[in-house]
Write a protein that binds this ligand. Sequence first.
Ligand code: C2E
Ligand code: SIN
Ligand code: SIN
Ligand code: FE
Length: 427
Amino acid sequence: MAAKNKNLKNQDAEDSVDYLTLLVASGLALGEVADTDELLKMLADTAMTMGNCEGCTVYEADGDVLRFKLTLNRVLEARGVKASLKNYTLPIDLKTAAGFVATSKKPLNINDVYNLPAGSPFSFNPSIDVMNNYRSKSMLVIPMCDSKGTVLGVLQLINHLSGESFTGEVTPFPSRVEGYLKALSSQCGVVLRNIKMADEIKQSRIETVKKFVKASEYHDTDTGGHIERMSRYSVLLYRELGFDEASCEVMRLAAMLHDVGKISTPDAVLKKPGRLTPDEFEIMKLHTVKGYEVLRDADSPFLQMGATIAYTHHEKWDGSGYPRGLKGTDIPAEGRVVALADVFDALCSRRVYKDAWPIDKVFDEIRNCSGSHFDPQIVEIFFDNLDEVLEIKTQFPATQPTTETSKPKPVETAQGEEEPKEIKRAS
Ligand code: C2E
Ligand code: SIN
Ligand code: SIN
Ligand code: FE
């Protein structure tokens, strides 16, 4: 008797070491994950191993519902049944086990879902069992909370097995397993909160920049979409030029700032419906320097890149651009990329001073300006990735102008030229 007890204890201790190893290892691995889906998949895999059970379902809290994320079931998989619960949601209320756990924030350990204790507020819906000819029995439901106790999701395990490595009879989940899964679930909750926060910070940064750029109101007619398209074209070209994802993320925001200097351009020039005089164009050129001056002292990498872009997006490969007449690779890659993205979008768009060009003419112009205005390598990248370029163009169309000034008026051709103007029209 004593010997048997001792053995049992040793077995328990060994199990504990296994579980702890798994927990620590998964804790480390979870911390590396930066993507919600990947994280929840890892949670489900680890939970199945720890819980030694037939199935596992993960829900993510989304407002007042639990959104089904994924389900694993070894028995159904062996039979070739694919559980498809995509887009399935449960209200967070007391009527289901998962809803109950999300509400109470306490685990539920149920011996047999078909024999719930009398007075249980929730019931078990057998329809999925019936559909799959499956018998759910023991169930362990664990809330996934962040460090502040906010429920981010629910982990639901089905049918604990008495043997090792997914063997044996279906039995209730031992309370020790419940403890380990609580620990796993809270690790996951903290990581999930961090991922969500990083996403929120990223989104709010993008929103802030967009609002800032829109508020600067140099977009005389809000034909819209220009900032979105510019940002995306620039990221596409920049990535293909060989820059890594982190740099591309900086570019995503920085490209939006290319024209912030236009905030100090007088409306009489900026919103002139016709052709600029050489003097007016000299004033217009200053938007590059103004933008640079506003942004250059900032510490943030994206504002610094924004400064470089503001300063150099009107430089030309052959040295004929402004404000400094930089040539070739003396122009920072960021400026060369945005130059092409900017002109492509400008040519495709209506401005107060011009109509949109037909797309074939735009392509001709860009080809013709390879090596003069644009870096030939970037032009090549542009045409190699035309499908993606056009996808962006359709995805963010210009909306209909809402003000009367937004319709381009006939261009006052001071020098009697015809539209469309040539690229060197103002010099
Ligand atoms: P934007 O309208 O955003 O145009 C950006 C760049 O796209 C221009 O830089 C130019 O390189 C190219 N681009 C735009 N429209 C045309 C076009 O019809 N034909 C050709 N070949 N290229 C075009 P750029 O020339 O340095 O102009 C900078 C900014 O100055 C423009 O930004 C716009 O705000 C203003 N601007 C330039 N020309 C005129 C003009 O004739 N009238 C008015 N009202 N504004 C002008
Ligand atoms: C826009 O309003 O989004 C395009 C016009 C401009 O870039 O000034
Ligand atoms: C800057 O960051 O100083 C602008 C880029 C350049 O100087 O070429
Ligand atoms: Fe510009």
